[in-house]
Every structure is written in structure tokens, then in C-alpha cells.
Design a protein around this ligand. Structure first.
Ligand code: GDG
Length: 461
């Protein structure tokens, strides 16, 4: 087996249990099994003139190679082009894009730095797998430095339609950079279809049976839905967690149910309308008052980008307003947690919740939806209420699928989930478990690697 070299903006510890963020979780699940090298930014900003050598550390089967960035890199590449241009744009939020030419320059500069660091550690037989929107130009940079290895790319977030992509200056350069990879992987058929439309409209070429002709080369473009390590998650959810159990007993005695939401605090996750939908549930079905509560865990993220400050304020105001309006001395309708919960507690909380409420306005996949399903007890499972705009909805048909822009629709489906007969819950859960097992972390890794190493396109979707 060739050595696998994975590259992403940040490197996560594959053995730690507290990290929030889908890329870290999904990749760690896969790399733990196969081993290899993981290269990325170490999260530090330093002053330096000459680019430092990558720092190497071995953790279990994975060797980490990290580099620091400068303050300017952080501002222009990370906060700027990656998270104030590409992130909103790829999530169809043109209103939140803040473009500056300096951001694009920083983005190119840091991709060149990544390439310099990588060539210093690459071996001839390596296969390289690059992750996410921060590193689209990296294959082109590596080729310029004589790199001959196969290079794959996986986009964790959605790929927008050409009309939206065309709003960013240099969009053609961006897509041409993408076509420098040997394999381009997306989460869903919708994303793949959007690339198809772009190459047809702007480049006068097409994707035929998963392959695009680019000069003499052939590039594979496919759909590889990311998954979780299902057994590991089931096991974690089954392990007793005293603190969660005490809370659960109390709720059971009072005959109360819990709806759970878990997200990085991001404007793409549909959090304000999720809270409004919960309030609407209490309005439309007064019998639900005092019998259900919403626990929303919102993990801090990218707090230096203004749009994230705004969404935080909005949520704090909303949860306060809902509690002010509906709470009683012995019942708090919304428990809003702005923080990070350890992964094992998270699994126990999913299991103790009768509804998993996942309502992004746009999401590449959404691993929380899959984790919620894995955590349920098959005898008495909860119900997943899932936005039709999460990549996961392309597969998880037995969830209650909702429109995250329609507060009444979400409220009605919450009520349906809370009153669903046991037999129907069991049937839906069984079917969903089969789906998340079929498209798990290992399947994602294996199908992508088959495309990258052997040029094989299995029916990944
Ligand atoms: C991107 C794409 C795609 C969250 N809060 C805590 C915590 N988390 C964990 C969850 C889950 C992960 O973070 C979030 O993953 P998602 O997939 O839901 O979302 P993004 O972070 O936006 O991930 C997404 C993903 O990449 C993978 O390709 O699915 O569409 O946007 O694992 O459990 N974990 C802990 N404490 C928290 O408070 N321990």
C-alpha cells in the first residue's frame, strides 16, 4: 500500500476526543485505520522572513507535519479568502461575501507555502489527498514544483451552481485549479452536477461517466459521501454517562422529552429559524408546553469574522426571548450552550434525546445527522428531523425531511416526531442505520482511494 499523505488547513489529533468540526472528525476516523502523514497549519501565527521547515510528530499510526503562518497569512488566507469569500459563496450566501484583492493574494501565497513544505517531505510512491476549500490551488502549486504523484481533492462543503460561483473574481482560475487534481470528490450528486454545469457553460467541456478531458489528461470527478465510524459511535453512546443519566431520569419522572441540536455556531446551520420553529411548536401545540425542551449546543467557531459575531448575538437574543415568553419556574424551554461538550457526553446526549433537529440552510453533508442516528437505542429510538438542504438528505430518506426556511413546516414535523408511534420509529431507525453503515467512514476512504490509486469509479452515491 502506498503511503497516504493527507493535507488540510488544520491538522487534528486522531486520538483526542473533544474536537468539533466535521472535517477533523471524518478524517480522523479514516486515518486512524489506514495510517499515513497529515500535513497542515499548526494554528500558530508567528513573525518570520524565511519559511520554517515543517515540524514532524508521530501520534500512533499518523505522522503529523505542521507549519506556522504569519498574522498576514491568517488575516488574508484564513479569515479573508477562505472564510469571508469561499465559505459564504459555496454555501450560496452571496450577501455575506466580502472580497478583497489582498485576500486572493494571501490565498495564493499560503497555498505556495503549503506546497513548499509538502515537497520537502514527499516520497516518490506517496499518494496525496488534499482537503477542502482552503487548498484548491495546491495541486497546481505542487505540479509547478515537479510533483508527479497522484493528487486527489475532496470538497467537504457544497459546490455552488455556476451563476453563484461566477460572482467571485477569478472563478475560472479557481475551477481550472481544481482540474489540476487527478480526482475531485464531492459530497453529493447536486454538487457534482454543479461542477458539470460550470465546465459546460464556461470551459466548453463536460463530465462523461465521471471523467473530464483536460488536454491530454483525464480527471475523475465523483460523488463520495462522507460517513462516520458507526460502531465506534454506537459503543460510545451505549457507555453510561452519569451526568447525562441523572438529567435523563429527572426528565423521565416529569414526563418530558428533549429535542437536541448540535452545531458549530455558523450562519449556514439555520440556527435562528430552528429556534423560531421550536417556539412555533409551543404556540401551535400548547400541550407541548412543559413537556418538551430544546437543547442547542452551539460550538464557538471563527469568532473573528463579523458575520459570526452577528449570528451569536441573534441567537442569544432569540433564546432569551423564547425563554422569557414561555418559561415557568420549573421549566426552561431552551437550553442554549455556547461551548464545546466532550465527544462521549455528546453521544450520551444524542441517545437521551427523542428528536435530533438538524436544519442547515446549506450543508456539505452534516455528520451530526449520522451521529444522532448511530447513538439511538434500536428498541426505543428517537426521530431525526433533517433539512432538505443538508447533503445527508440525499441519502437519509427515512428522516422527517423539512424545509429550513419554513418555520411552520419544521414545527409540524417536530410535533410529528414527538408523537410518532414506536413501531414507525423503529422502522425508520433501522433503515437509517443501514444507510449510515453503507456509507460509513471506511467506505468513503476506500472508494476515494480506489479512484485515486487505481482510477476506479465505483458507484459511490
Ligand atoms: C464540514 C461540512 C461536512 C460539534 N459540536 C461539538 C462537536 N461537534 C462535532 C459534531 C460533528 C462535527 O463537530 C460537525 O460536523 P458537521 O458535518 O455537522 O459540520 P461541519 O463542522 O460544518 O463540517 C459538513 C463535514 O465537514 C465533513 O465532511 O459534513 O457539511 O460543513 O462530528 O459531533 N464535537 C464535540 N463537542 C462539541 O461541542 N466533541
Amino acid at each position: 500500500m502506498n503511503r497516504l499523505v493527507v493535507v488540510s488547513n488544520r491538522v487534528a489529533d486522531v486520538q483526542r476526543s473533544t474536537q468539533a468540526g466535521g472535517l477533523a472528525v471524518g478524517l480522523a476516523d479514516s486515518l486512524r485505520q489506514r495510517g499515513g502523514v497529515w500535513m497542515g497549519w499548526d494554528g500558530q501565527t508567528l513573525k518570520y522572513e524565511e519559511e520554517p521547515e515543517p515540524r514532524i510528530r508521530k501520534i500512533g499510526a499518523v505522522t503529523q507535519a505542521t507549519i506556522p503562518l504569519t498574522e498576514q497569512d491568517y488575516a488574508e488566507y484564513y479569515l479573508g479568502f477562505s472564510n469571508s469569500v469561499l465559505w459564504p459563496l459555496f454555501h450560496y450566501r452571496l450577501d455575506l461575501v466580502e472580497y478583497k484583492t489582498a485576500f486572493l493574494e494571501g490565498y495564493r501565497r499560503v497555498n505556495a507555502k503549503f506546497a513548499n513544505a509538502l515537497v520537502s517531505i514527499l516520497q516518490p510512491e506517496d499518494v496525496i489527498w488534499i482537503h477542502d476549500y482552503h487548498l484548491i490551488p495546491l495541486a497546481a502549486e505542487l505540479r509547478q514544483r515537479g510533483c508527479k504523484q497522484r493528487i486527489g481533492f475532496f470538497l467537504h462543503i457544497p459546490f455552488p451552481p455556476p451563476e453563484i460561483l461566477a460572482a467571485v473574481p477569478r472563478h475560472r482560475w479557481l475551477v481550472e485549479s481544481l482540474l489540476e487534481f487527478d480526482v475531485i470528490g464531492f459530497q453529493t450528486n447536486t454538487d457534482l452536477g454543479n461542477l458539470q454545469h460550470y465546465v459546460e457553460d464556461h470551459l466548453g467541456t463536460e463530465i462523461t461517466e465521471g471523467r473530464i478531458k483536460v488536454g491530454e489528461r483525464e480527471v475523475i470527478a465523483g460523488c463520495f459521501p462522507i460517513g462516520i465510524d458507526v460502531d465506534a459511535f454506537v459503543e460510545m453512546a451505549e457507555r453510561p454517562n452519569d451526568e447525562v443519566q441523572i438529567e435523563t431520569h429527572r426528565r423521565e419522572i416529569l414526563g418530558r422529552r428533549q429535542i437536541i441540536g448540535v452545531d458549530r455556531l455558523d450562519y449556514t446551520k439555520g440556527l435562528p429559524d430552528r429556534l423560531r420553529a421550536f417556539a412555533r411548536l409551543l404556540e401551535l401545540y400548547p400541550e407541548m408546553r412543559k413537556s418538551v425542551a430544546l437543547m442547542q449546543i452551539a460550538t464557538p467557531t471563527r469568532e473573528e469574522v463579523e458575520a459570526y459575531v452577528d449570528i451569536r448575538k441573534e441567537l442569544e437574543a432569540l433564546s432569551g426571548a423564547i425563554n422569557g415568553r414561555f418559561a415557568d419556574f420549573n421549566w426552561t424551554p431552551v437550553r442554549y450552550i455556547h461551548g464545546t461538550v466532550p465527544r462521549d457526553a455528546l453521544a450520551a446526549l444524542y441517545r437521551a434525546s427523542q428528536v435530533g433537529f438538524v436544519t442547515p440552510l446549506r450543508d456539505g453533508m452534516n455528520l451530526v445527522a449520522k451521529e444522532y442516528v448511530a447513538a439511538q437505542s434500536p428498541e426505543n429510538p428517537g426521530v431525526l428531523v433533517l433539512s432538505k438542504f443538508a447533503g445527508a438528505a440525499e441519502d437519509l430518506h427515512e428522516a422527517l425531511i423539512v424545509n429550513p426556511y419554513d418555520v411552520d413546516d419544521m414545527a409540524r414535523n417536530l410535533c410529528r416526531a414527538l408523537t410518532m408511534p414506536l413501531e414507525e420509529r423503529q422502522e425508520r431507525h433501522k433503515a437509517l442505520m443501514e444507510r449510515i453503515r453503507k456509507h460509513d467512514a471506511k467506505h468513503w476512504l476506500d472508494t476515494f482511494m480506489a479512484a485515486l490509486e487505481k482510477g476506479e469509479i465505483k458507484n459511490a452515491a
